[in-house]
Structure formats: structure tokens, C-alpha cells
Design a protein around this ligand. Structure first.
Ligand code: ADP
Length: 333
């Protein structure tokens, strides 16, 4: 799925790696967050201590992993990468934490998916650079404290609301990443095109930017498909090539992907435009409610296709128009 903001293949990982900004200066957009991070890193360096723990929240593909790498790079520390799903037991976390070197940056992606038992261990580790390890079983079990090296935790989550309060409270700073506007995505694309040695007109870049779902990952991915298209058809990456390539891959004028469209047509046709509750909607399209809420909805809300009301999700006038579905007077179809 071309516009699915989640990552797919190894080839894609390599492509993304090559395009990743390495410094805060190179990082496009998110001006507010950049300024906040810059201050936090600078203060830590002036006081010669590890920077505060940082939580990065926002939909996939907006730059959370990139920022974690930048934090390590800018504080001249090594980076250890892990993820919530890889930490299924407290022991998994203990192994990572106890092997950190002083000052190391620990990145935990999808931190909301970590095991409960590990979360509790993490509270203490974040606060006191210490964990308690249980030795033995049953009545003879004792807990042995273990000192850790000071480290900076960078957690990433698509849903900061899913994190238990005690964990959220232990981050010194939470950055909420926003979708990028078209001019920011053009900058992302210009930078990527330069790195790829691709000469491309401004109109062509602008067209890709408007169809990238506010997401740098998707912008870069579309650019790659356009490059392929231009290569195979021997046309150069012109505006016409962009349009043809996007049509070939079913990216519509708003840059909606398959799941976005399925959610929208479900609301419009099966629920007469809503209101429909999140769980009902999730079951109807066969997706997890969490995915709908964290990945699909934020963008649909941002571009004004749905609104969230206390009674559920409601399609807007714009949505009826974009999908070309006629709404009958009594709300039925
Ligand atoms: P996330 O971790 O939030 O899913 P990533 O950090 O992996 O997102 O970013 C996805 C891709 O988008 C990366 O390859 C990176 O090159 C690009 N990207 C993300 N944010 C920016 C940005 N602000 N400027 C330039 N490129 C970006």
C-alpha cells in the first residue's frame, strides 16, 4: 500500500535511512518542537548532564525515529533502538537497561505496547537510574537493586493517551508532532530529490506534496514511485509524469489511502454519514480501533472530512462532495 504511513520492506528502510535528516537544522518544519528540543539539549550540555527523557507523540511517518536519532547525534551519544512490542517481559527491558553505557540515548518506539511489568521497571529506571531485579521464586524471592548508567529515554507513541500517567509524568518533555503543510512537504521533497540526484520541477514537487497526506514518509515514497515512472517511460519527472504515476498507484487528489477511503465510504454509505462510534466503525472496516484512532482519523479530521462528536464520528459536507455520494433527505441512501 503506497500511502500506508507504516513502514514496509527492507528496501524501503534503506531508502528512508538515506533521506533521514541528521541534524535539527536539516529537520524540516515542526518549528516549535525543534526549538524546544534545541533548548533542552543545549541546557543539558551546558550543565554537563544527560538530557531529560523525551516523549514524541504523533501519527506514523512524521519524524519520531528521525528526531530520536538527531537527539543522539546532537548530544554526541550512541543510540540504542528498541520497541514496545520487543519488550514483552520485564527481563527484556532489564537486559537493555543494564547494558547501556553512560549517556546513551535509548529509543523505544511504540512505547505504549510495552508489557505492563516492564513499564513499572521503567518508572524507577527513568527516575533513579536504578532497577530492582527479582532473584529466586516464591517465598524465597528477593529483590536486588541494580545501579544503571545515566541515560536519556526517547519514547515514541502514536497515542500518548494510551500511556499510563505515571509513565507519561516521568518524561521531562513531550513533543506533539503535527501533520506537515504543503510547503513544508515541498521542502522535504526538494531535499530528498537533491540527495537522489533527481532534477524535478517545482510544480511536480508541489503536486506530490499536496497528495502526501501531510506525511514526510509518504512524500518520499511517492517521489520514489515518480522517479521509477519517469525512468521507465523516459519522460523525466514532469508534472504529467507525477499525475500519471499517482493515478497508477490509486493516490487520489487528497492523498487518501485505501484504508482512509474505506473508512470514509463506510461512514457515508453504511452509516448515512454518522454519527458512528469508533468500535462499530473499526469492526465494519475490519481494523483495530487503535489503528483507526491513531493512524486514520487524525488526518481525516485535519483535512475536514470528519468531525468527532460525543455521539461518534460524523462526515462533513466536504466528505460527501469529495466522494461524490448523494445524501438523501431522510439521511438514508
Ligand atoms: P516515524 O518514526 O514518526 O514513523 P520517521 O522518523 O521514520 O517517522 O520518518 C519517516 C521518513 O520521513 C524518514 O525517512 C525521514 O527521512 C522523513 N522525514 C520525517 N520527518 C522529516 C522532516 N521533518 N524533514 C525531513 N524528512 C523527514
Amino acid at each position: 500500500d503506497l500511502t500506508n504511513p507504516e513502514l514496509e520492506s527492507d528496501a524501503e528502510l534503506a531508502y528512508e535511512g538515506a533521506l533521514r535528516p541528521k541534524t535539527l537544522k536539516e529537520f524540516v518544519g515542526q518549528t516549535k518542537v525543534r526549538g524546544q528540543l534545541e533548548l533542552l539539549l543545549k541546557a543539558a550540555s551546558m550543565q554537563n548532564r544527560t538530557p531529560d527523557h523525551i516523549l514524541l507523540a504523533g501519527p506514523p511517518g512524521l519524524g519520531k525515529t528521525t528526531l530520536a536519532m538527531i537527539v543522539a547525534q546532537e548530544s554526541a551519544q550512541p543510540l540504542r533502538m528498541s520497541s514496545g512490542p520487543a519488550i514483552q517481559h520485564a527481563g527484556d527491558l532489564a537486559a537493555v537497561l543494564s547494558s547501556l553505557i553512560p549517556g546513551e540515548v535509548l529509543f523505544i518506539d511504540e512505547i505504549h505496547r510495552m508489557a505492563r511489568s516492564a513499564e513499572e521497571m521503567l518508572y524507577l529506571a527513568m527516575e533513579d537510574y536504578r532497577i530492582d531485579i527479582m532473584v529466586g521464586k516464591g517465598a524465597g524471592a528477593t529483590s536486588v537493586p541494580l545501579e544503571l548508567s545515566p541515560f536519556t529515554l526517547v519514547g515514541a507513541t502514536t497515542r500518548s493517551g494510551l500511556l499510563p500517567n505515571p509513565l507519561r509524568d516521568r518524561f521531562g518533555f513531550t513533543a506533539h508532532l503535527e501533520f506537515y503543510d504543503t510547503s513544508e512537504l515541498e521542502q522535504v521533497l526538494r531535499r530528498a530529490a537533491a540527495l537522489l540526484g533527481l532534477e524535478i520541477e517545482r510544480e511536480a514537487l508541489a503536486e506530490i506534496a499536496t497528495r502526501s497526506r501531510g506525511t514526510p514518509r509518504i512524500a518520499n515514497r511517492l517521489l520514489r514511485r515518480v522517479r521509477d515512472y519517469a525512468l521507465v517511460h523516459g519522460t523525466g519527472p514532469t508534472l504529467a509524469a507525477v499525475r500519471a504515476a499517482l493515478e497508477l498507484y490509486d493516490v487520489d487528489a487528497l492523498g487518501l489511502d485505501r484504508l482512509d477511503r474505506e473508512v470514509m465510504t463506510t461512514i457515508l454509505t453504511r452509516f448515512s454519514g454518522g454519527p458512528v462510534g469508533l468500535n462499530t466503525l473499526a469492526v465494519s472496516v475490519g481494523e483495530e480501533a487503535e489503528t483507526i484512532e491513531a493512524v486514520v482519523e487524525p488526518f481525516l479530521v485535519r483535512i475536514g472530512l470528519i468531525t468527532r462528536t460525543p455521539r461518534g464520528r460524523v462526515a462533513t459536507r466536504t466528505a460527501w462532495d469529495h466522494f461524490g455520494i448523494e445524501r438523501s433527505q431522510d439521511g438514508s441512501l
